[in-house]
Write a protein that binds this ligand. Structure first.
Ligand code: NAP
Length: 404
């Protein structure tokens, strides 16, 4: 006989509706495969008129404390009510499944030290089971590198800027008209959303908590069409990259980055996410898929709900310590555009780089509106040395990291 599991669903927006729809359509698959009967017993939303009660008409108590409710799915968003749900759930030994990256990035690290009944697969990369892969499937690997394109809104906007040459504002308007972006897209554009996801990946990979304020992040607000056009000439596309490095000192960062054709990050279009995981046994592992949206997110939520079969979450609570390094200590490639009024100034800039023995692999000069625009690409340089060199340039400069 199938084991029945009653679910209380908080929130009935994009994600909540997806969970309901997928359960309605596919719950027989879970029942047949796992002998587990998943049933949504209660759906709670902000407006009481929307509160729905299914199979739980006799329920008098707060659903969090209702003994028949084994699984609570939080699809509310934000950090106020969602935090109340989380804190109330922890002491009940019930399973809390959440898609709320903000809540997790802000509070969960501390809570997971003591409690292992929080499941968060849906909080990162929608339908791609990246956390499960890092935490369980690759547990026998020394993971050295995780990098990905994790934000649909900025990905869509950068793609439109690259392909059609439209400014960011228009690309964003288009994204929200097509339902790829929310009305308030500040967190997406300024890189906060990607940073929250990256810090969760960092935590899962290293079992070390990192506070968001120590994480390096830069958004796409300042990415200019001129730079994208020059990048295109060099065979480079721009993406908002999230990176977790774990070799020796750890690093967690999000920044706009030029990517060459050698990297499948190029494939990331619209809301799709692309993630690279490098482990010492498996080598490079690429994951592609829908990083947001109703059904992909619901798919991850249902995968988390399924762990109720084990009684509680099987995730470890141990927190380790790891030395965190600054992005300025890292090595990488850089793109620089500097604007000069004379050839003498261009020569001076070039001399600064050569004097410091920085690996310059491309140097091009373009004449635009009686000014000289110099495009340089450097590889394998220390960020600190690079930054010290370019501050001595005369004239306006823009710089981006490059992955060749
Ligand atoms: N959308 C995605 O593709 C996606 C992907 C991955 C993760 N997530 C995460 O999933 C969470 C939910 O996202 P969403 O897109 O589904 O949001 P949404 O469409 O805005 O829906 C939020 C739902 O929560 C309810 N709600 C909000 N505040 C509440 C409160 N104080 N008390 C009770 N109910 C409340 C809302 O009820 P009312 O309608 O009555 O206001 C609504 O039903 C967020 O944390 C988000 O980051 C979303």
């Amino acid at each position: 006989m199938s084991k029945v599991s009653c679910i209380c669903l908080f929130g009935f927006g994009t994600v909540g509706k997806g969970v309901m729809a997928v359960m309605y359509k596919n719950s027989y698959i879970v029942r047949n495969r796992l002998e587990l009967d998943l049933r949504i017993a209660v759906i709670l939303t902000r407006r009481t008129s929307k509160t729905t009660m299914i199979n739980a008409n006799s329920m008098q108590k707060n659903p969090i404390y209702e003994p028949r409710m084994y699984v609570l799915v939080e699809a509310v968003g934000g950090t106020c009510f969602a935090r109340y749900i989380m804190l109330s759930t922890l002491n009940t030994k019930k399973l809390l499944v959440t898609a709320n990256k903000t809540l997790i990035a802000c509070y969960n690290f501390e809570l997971r030290r003591t409690y292992n009944n929080i499941l968060l697969e849906a909080s990162v990369a929608g339908g791609i089971p990246i956390l499960r892969i890092l935490e369980k499937a690759l547990v026998g690997n020394m993971i050295s590198y995780v990098a990905g394109v994790l934000n649909g809104t900025s990905n869509w906007s950068l793609s439109q800027m690259y392909r059609l040459g439209v400014p960011l504002k228009r690309a964003l308007l288009d994204a929200s008209q097509r339902g790829y972006a929310e009305t308030d897209n500040t967190c997406d554009i300024d890189g906060v959303d990607s940073t929250q996801k990256t810090s969760i990946i960092y935590y899962i990979t290293l079992r070390t908590a990192v506070t968001i304020r120590y994480v390096f992040f830069e958004g796409i607000r300042t990415v200019s069409l001129q730079d994208i056009a020059y990048g295109k000439r060099l065979g480079l596309n721009i993406k908002l990259m999230s990176v977790v490095l774990t070799i020796r000192k750890a690093l967690c960062a999000t920044f706009p980055c030029f990517v060459s054709l050698n990297w499948p990050f190029w494939i990331a279009e619209a809301t799709s996410n692309v993630i690279l995981v490098v482990g010492d046994c498996v080598g490079r592992m690429w994951l592609f898929g829908k990083g947001a949206g109703t059904k992909p997110t619901a798919s991850s939520i249902i995968a988390d709900v399924e762990t109720i079969r084990y009684g509680s979450s099987s995730y470890p609570t141990k927190i380790l310590t790891h030395t965190y390094s600054s992005i300025t200590d890292s090595r990488g490639g850089f793109y620089v555009r500097s604007i000069h009024i004379s050839f003498q100034e261009c020569k001076e800039s070039l001399n600064i780089l050569l004097k410091r023995k920085l690996n310059l692999i491309s140097f091009r000069v373009f004449e635009v509106n009686k000014r000289l625009e110099v495009i340089m690409v450097l590889i394998n340089v220390f960020e600190r040395s690079f930054k010290r060199a370019v501050v001595s340039f005369r004239g306006f400069i823009t710089t981006y990291r490059v992955l060749l």
